[in-house]
Design a binder for this molecule. Structure first.
Ligand SMILES: *[C@@H]1O[C@H](CO)[C@@H](O)[C@H](O)[C@H]1NC(C)=O
Ligand SMILES: *[C@@H]1O[C@H](CO)[C@@H](O)[C@H](O)[C@H]1NC(C)=O
Ligand SMILES: *[C@@H]1O[C@H](CO)[C@@H](O)[C@H](O)[C@H]1NC(C)=O
Length: 469
């Protein structure tokens, strides 16, 4: 996703941006948002940490449930097959620039408060196509190895990398060295805007195990954690951590071995009659954060192994900061129930965005989305929100639509195996009907035959990108 050629261009508009920004995007006195209190009109967007803001807070991670209204959060740039996201480390070269920020941008990483914040459409399109990750906190590139260095100096709140695009099912892989010492947490997590989450959490006080867990819509149920051993010290050695998530099951993998599996069918809630299974579009996030801060909840401090020792921990003595190193990150998206509309869109446009449709009763599932084809979800200024983005629903997938003839402009397909095509190129998902309609078409006229067979295209996509499912 990264293109070196755009470096100078990006730098120019980034620095212009810094001087042009005079507004703040968070109130000086924090405003909380949660299930009983939505954000106010002036600070309409609810962050993943439950605080209201505007501009960049309305982009990645913006929680539509607790924001001012249903258009406050910007639509989420989508990662769909055949595209993927990749960061691979390579040593710095002369082209990478001297500043940390320039090096990061040249490798497709941008600070989250700049990403898609521009009223110049061409700049926004450039960011959408070239920036694969946002970061917050002190991130940098290691000059010799090219690893991304996540740092946590004294008293800071750490560092977070997140993919700019959301995927609904896919395989995420991270090769990294975690941070060490009591109270210091490293995480590899995929997380959705409404709090679905699949995690690896590493305690700096235990470098031979990793905790795997998941959450459904942010419900704090703590009995889902399973601890698994890692073959060698996670701070001294690189290991591969992967989350392979499809609509039926989740695999957690360490160094290529499946260490845990969760099946959707095992998450059925008898009372609510829903699957409490992560099923909303996710971003991959890699983080270094202080679990052992005196101001944290006592339960969090205890879980983190105790308070951080900012004076005597070896990394504080050696370099004045805790660090985690990321050698590579990859996300390969899988297909989902929207594949028919996605594939249709990809024939004209590569930019697709998901947007939440508020479901009745507030139960989000994998069908609670609108799909926008060709939308660039940019916000002009820090004071604005997703409500300023003109949504142009060329293709909208809807939960309630029941039809046997598939209109690929507006419908999603329940099950890829149910698809069939008519001789005139129309896609249907009723095989019984296929026979009678086909006969009908042949007898009436042969003039409407079309050359492309959409079914074949869909199958190709599926076989290429879902082979590990
Ligand atoms: C949401 O709020 C904005 C103001 O922030 C307003 O312009 C917009 O019309 C509202 N949308 C809906 C669907 O109520
Ligand atoms: C193909 O045939 C079906 C069934 O008769 C019809 O509904 C559909 O509109 C036709 N599509 C085209 C492109 O002619
Ligand atoms: C499929 O089409 C047949 C014939 O038109 C019809 O009897 C059947 O109910 C349809 N099935 C579904 C699931 O719509």
């Amino acid at each position: 996703m990264q293109r070196i050629i755009g470096l100078i261009f990006v730098l120019n508009f980034l620095f212009a941006e810094v001087w042009a920004q005079t507004d703040f995007y968070r109130p000086l006195v924090p405003i909380k948002c949660n299930s009983v209190q939505k954000c106010p009109k002036d600070w309409p967007c609810c962050s993943p940490y439950g605080e209201c803001g505007a501009g960049p807070i309305c982009m990645g991670g913006c929680n539509p449930r607790f924001s001012f209204n249903e258009t406050s959060c910007a639509p989420m740039p989508a990662l769909v097959p055949p595209h993927n996201i990749e960061y691979s480390s390579a040593p710095l070269s002369r082209l990478d620039g001297k500043e940390d920020t320039a090096q990061l941008v040249s490798r497709g990483l941008q600070h989250f408060n700049k990403y898609l914040i521009s009223d110049v459409q061409s700049d926004a399109k450039y960011m959408l196509e070239n920036i694969a990750f946002t970061y917050s906190g002190p991130a940098s590139i290691h000059p010799q190895t090219g690893d991304i260095v996540l740092s946590m100096p004294r008293g800071s709140s750490g560092c977070l990398l997140a993919t700019t695009r959301y995927f609904l099912y896919g395989r995420s892989s991270v090769r990294m060295k975690t941070a060490r010492s009591r109270g210091v947490i490293s995480s590899v997590v995929i997380m959705s805007a409404v709090g679905d989450e699949i995690d690896f959490e590493f305690l700096g006080s235990d470098l031979h195990n990793v905790q795997s867990t998941y959450y459904y819509r942010g419900e704090l149920v703590y009995n889902k954690m399973v601890e698994v051993p890692v073959f060698s010290d996670t701070n001294a050695n690189y290991h591969d951590y992967e989350i392979d998530w499809n609509e039926h099951r989740i695999h957690w993998l360490v160094d290529g071995e499946i260490v845990r599996t969760l099946y959707k069918e095992d998450t059925w809630d008898e009372e609510l009659e829903i699957f409490k299974y992560p099923q909303t579009p996710m971003r991959l996030e890699v983080a270094l954060w202080p679990g052992g801060l005196a101001s944290n909840h006592p339960g969090t401090i205890e879980w983190a192994g105790g308070l951080i020792d900012w004076d005597n921990s070896p990394d504080m003595i050696e370099s004045g900061k805790f660090t985690a190193l990321v050698k590579s990150m990859t996300v390969i998206p899988y297909t989902n129930k929207y594949i028919s509309a996605i594939n249709r869109c990809l024939q004209r446009e590569s930019n697709i965005a998901y947007d939440y449709i508020m479901p009745p009763g507030g139960v989000f599932d994998e069908m609670s989305f609108a799909l926008y084809c060709g939308l660039i979800p940019n916000i002009g200024k820090w004071s604005q929100s997703g409500s300023n983005i003109p949504r142009n629903p060329i293709q909208v997938a809807r939960l309630s639509k029941v039809s046997t003839l598939v209109n690929t402009e507006t419908d999603f397909v329940q099950n890829i195996n149910d698809l069939a095509s008519l001789p005139n190129g129309t896609v249907i998902y009723n095989k019984t009907q296929q026979t009678s309609l086909s006969t009908e078409i042949k007898s009436s006229s042969a003039s409407t035959m079309v050359q492309t067979n959409p079914i074949m295209k869909l199958k190709r996509l599926v076989s290429t990108f879902c082979e590990s499912q």
